[in-house]
Design a protein around this ligand. Structure first.
Ligand SMILES: Cc1ncc(COP(=O)(O)O)c(C=O)c1O
Length: 475
């Protein structure tokens, strides 16, 4: 007999990215509470939240300071409109975000000239997709108004994922998700992904270490990027922007870029005056080490899109940070027609802004600071070494607290599994039965613990992953 809450779910809910015919055949796990790294279900069973509730949670569930921030704000007001009105937490958060997004080391010593533009303004929205949609529309209009092109085009990276609204899908390059909507979308140019493990230009033989570290190539991916920019210039239609997930392409399979890639392509784009739209929806707020992944490569984007972890994983809220030059192209008299006609009912929501401020404080001065994130990075890295002993572990990619373990038929051939075998999903099922929850991307298993995860909890996540792979391979 199924739990009544599970029955109601099956009766009434349509889940995202889910084949509902399959879903309805089994009793789902219904999460009823959480504490720190733990989640609890309808039967009181506990699980480790090994993917931080789809890459959102930073400091753990029911964090006292985040709860307090929301309760304090609830005592004042939960929401008022940003159309024609300002509010306290949204203004304070914008100031804090701007400060965090312009670290002094990117701008040289006092007043020294530097190629990096400063991010000056914050536009709030609701989630990762809308943060990207905002950047896309701003960049489009900016390109038209500055005479770059009457019909601006965008450049994005193969297998990139930027959300599910139509604009964000057009920027994305994930055939499985996007194929069905082809005729709804606008065309976007694409460059190859720096996916060293499956790169046709990587001449290194497979080894028992992360492929990007042993790669042997001539940065052909960067040459390809340069060619795309040149082709667009020759056509007289330079790009309105290039969109990238800095340092890690998440949905592509936690594809970690080789060090220096982002810096190289950003330099080329900067030379060609193409604005950089950094999609830090997943990598933002310390996931890869620094507060923003782009900064770890010495790159400051023209648009910085953040969501997911911005509220510590508590509430849906997002932001698009932009440079003054983008902002200026929307200024004029009321009748100039330059207003940015775009926004949402919940833009600048007070509860979301309050909890985001509290979360930022924990990241900058509190228990989730850089040292803590480094300790988790080290624990993960040390524990993951044991997985290389499994012949079906092809690549283990790690950037800070983000991990992707790619499973293949044989590490020496790198031959992928037939998708119909659903190896990744089966491994995650076994992990769930052993008390560790995560979600695969195809046959890549993701580990992305909240920053409050203890060394023992990280150890358990890795041990259970190892046991699950061995069990599924033996079937
Ligand atoms: C890099 C990136 N951009 C955008 C999105 C879309 O965010 P949301 O699901 O909040 O709309 C995601 C979601 O996984 C993402 O990983």
């Amino acid at each position: 007999m199924m739990h009544p809450l599970a029955q109601k779910d099956i009766q009434h809910i349509w889940h995202p990215f889910t084949q509902m015919e399959e879903w309805c055949k089994e009793e789902p796990v219904v999460i009823t509470s959480g504490q720190g790294t733990m989640l609890r279900d309808q039967y009181g069973r506990s699980y480790l939240d090994a993917n931080a509730s789809i890459w959102t949670n930073l400091h753990g569930h029911r964090h006292p300071l985040l709860n307090q921030a929301i309760v304090r704000q609830l005592g004042k007001i939960s929401h008022s409109s940003a159309l024609g009105l300002a509010n306290e937490p949204a203004s304070l958060l914008a100031e804090a975000l701007i400060r965090a997004a312009n670290p002094s080391r990117l701008f040289g010593k006092r007043g020294a000239p530097c190629a990096n533009p400063k991010l000056k303004k914050v536009f709030y929205s609701d989630d990762g997709s809308t943060a990207l949609e905002t950047a896309l529309k701003m960049a489009y209009e900016h390109a038209r108004r500055s005479g770059v092109s009457g019909k601006p085009r965008f450049l994005s990276v193969k297998n990139g994922y930027h959300g599910d609204t139509v604009g964000a899908v057009s920027l994305g390059q994930v055939p499985l998700f996007h194929r069905a909507f082809g005729s709804l979308l606008f065309g976007t140019d694409k460059v190859m992904s720096p996916y060293c493990y499956r790169c046709p230009f990587n001449r290194a033989r497979p080894e028992r270490s992360e492929a990007r570290f042993s790669r042997r190539c001539q940065w052909e991916c960067v040459d390809g990027f340069e060619q795309k920019l040149e082709q667009a210039c020759k056509r007289g239609r330079p790009h309105a922007g290039w969109v990238v997930e800095p340092v890690v392409q998440g949905v592509a399979g936690m594809v970690v870029q080789p060090q220096g890639w982002l810096q190289r392509v950003a330099r080329l784009a900067r030379q060609a005056s193409i604005p950089l739209i950094a999609d830090e929806v997943m990598t933002g707020f310390g996931r890869t080490g620094p507060l923003f992944a782009s900064h770890g490569e010495g790159v400051q984007p023209d648009f910085l899109c953040v969501a997911k972890g911005m509220t510590g994983g508590y509430l849906p809220m997002a932001a698009t940070l932009v440079t003054d030059s983008i902002y200026q192209s929307f200024l004029g008299s009321h009748s100039s027609g330059k207003t940015f006609y775009h926004g949402h009912s919940y833009t600048g929501n007070q509860l979301g802004a309050s909890v985001s401020l509290a979360s930022l404080k924990l990241l900058q001065q509190g228990e989730s600071n850089r040292l803590r994130r480094k300790a988790i990075t080290r624990n993960l890295s040390a524990g993951l070494q044991s997985l290389w002993a499994i012949p079906q572990v092809g690549d283990i990619r790690q950037a800070g607290t983000v991990v992707g373990v790619e499973l293949v038929q044989n590490w020496q051939t790198r031959k992928p599994w037939d998708a119909s075998l659903r190896i990744g999903a089966r491994v995650c099922q076994v992990m769930a039965a052993r008390g560790v929850l995560t979600r695969p991307i195809g046959d890549v298993i993701v580990l992305m613990p909240p920053y409050c995860a203890t060394p023992d909890q990280i150890d358990t996540m890795i041990t259970v992953l190892q046991q699950a792979i061995v069990e599924v391979m033996a079937q």
